[in-house]
Design a protein around this ligand. Structure first.
Ligand code: EPS
Length: 393
């Protein structure tokens, strides 16, 4: 990111998570309830493990706000891990009990997780040192920061929603969902399925996977609505907004592919079925009859909804284990299992929303500049006037 920076810290079973968000303008009133709401949404979802019954994510602000208003200084957030109480002997930052830590040591890495590559890279004898930070627990911090970003975006009319598009093979062939479908879906349903008629089948599949000690992946679609024209740029590879979105969404744990608009379908047909015809209407301005491009052309937002689908591999912690090797004996052994989620797809949608909010906020700050919300708003009004008058302006 160019104008906005997010750094998170914290281990999954350590004392808690920290997020430091730099680059937000001064003068934005922060709604803490809205952040709590996003954190609750991330914890919700059929297929989560016992950990989610322990945690009740909430935030404390440690800097960057005064009387609920941003100061332009780094915003520091703290999210305690309730489970730390049960892990103090193993995960205390300063004093641990060597025997207990040895008992809880991770010795047989999980294929698909960071365990082996991270253990080799950081020369850790206990693969827990990798697991703890690679855990998707960290995404609570991202969602809290994203919830702040979306409050700035809301001042410019931008809204973001997501839902589960497919789970395993269920729903994989359906057309790319749009904003109307996402707005109509039930965000509280067990799997946050975009197509409610598929939810029963999806729930049965989660139950089956659980019985068999398996896990499941799938896809989530995220849509940003009312996005200003002109975020990102075609002039340099690393300024292209679609590339920036892909990087951010790909960083969500277990996401292995990111699609903008209807890219997969478009790639299989002729060009005349891949693009969005341009028209002009005196009243409304520039018009498109479709949105296959997913809201970006040449790496620049074009005023259409930004549509992103993230494809998630099945979670790599399987109750039945996967072929692995004990790093002490170097003998074959199944990957270690304590507990895990069968699927975290509903949460992945909420996390991808946060990542999209952060990238769009970064691009908006870049486009409008300014140290305060008032400066951004003044620039925004001028930009809108110029865009309305174009090309005669
Ligand atoms: C995770 C494993 C599970 C998940 C966790 C991510 O945690 P535990 O090992 O404590 O059972 O519940 O997700 C969260 C804690 C969370 O807040 O989302 C993993 O290995 O990635």
């Amino acid at each position: 990111m160019r104008r906005l920076q997010l750094t998170t810290a914290g281990e999954s079973h350590g004392p808690g998570l920290t997020a430091v968000l730099c680059g937000m303008p001064a003068g934005l009133q922060i709604d803490r309830a809205a952040i709590r709401h996003e954190l609750r949404r991330r914890q919700h979802g059929y297929g989560r493990g016992r950990r989610m019954q322990i945690e009740r994510d909430d935030i404390e602000f440690k800097g960057g706000l005064r009387g609920g208003e941003t100061l332009g200084s780094p915003i520091s957030i703290w999210i305690p891990n309730r489970d730390f109480e049960n892990w103090k002997d193993v995960m205390h930052p300063l004093e641990i009990d060597a025997d207990t830590a040895e008992q809880r040591r991770l010795r047989s890495p999980r294929p698909g997780h960071a365990d082996l590559a991270g253990g080799l890279k950081f020369a850790r004898r206990d693969l827990r040192d990798v697991l703890e930070r690679a855990s998707a627990r960290e995404t609570a911090a991202r969602v809290a920061a994203g919830a702040i970003a979306r409050q700035l975006l809301a001042r410019f009319g931008v809204e973001i929603a997501s839902g589960v598009r497919s789970l395993g093979p269920v729903g994989l062939d359906l057309p790319t969902p749009d904003w109307n479908q996402l707005s109509a879906m039930n965000d509280e349903s067990p799997l946050r399925a975009i197509f409610p008629e598929l939810e029963e089948q999806m729930l049965e599949l989660v139950d089956k996977a659980k019985q068999e000690g398996e896990t499941l992946g799938g896809s989530v679609t995220v849509v940003a609505h009312n996005v200003p024209v002109g975020l990102g740029s075609h002039v340099q590879w690393n300024e292209k907004l679609d590339g920036r979105i892909a990087q951010a969404v790909m960083s969500v744990p277990a996401v292995k592919a990111v699609e903008i608009g209807s890219a997969l379908k478009a790639s299989s047909g002729f060009g005349s079925h891949a693009h969005d015809p341009i028209a002009f209407d005196e009243e409304v301005g520039w018009q498109r009859s479709s949105n296959r491009a997913g809201g970006t052309e040449g790496g620049i937002t074009n005023g259409q909804d930004v549509v992103v689908t993230a494809y998630m591999k099945p979670i790599s912690t399987l109750a039945k284990g996967l072929p692995s090797v004990d790093i002490d004996t170097l003998e074959e052994r199944l990957s270690q299992y304590e507990r895990s989620d069968v699927t975290a797809l509903p949460a992945a949608g909420v996390i991808a929303e946060a990542m999209l909010a952060l990238v769009l906020t970064d691009a908006l700050l870049e486009k409008l500049g300014g140290d305060s919300l008032a400066e951004m708003e003044a620039h925004w009004e001028a930009t809108k006037r110029l865009q309305r008058a174009w090309p005669s302006s």
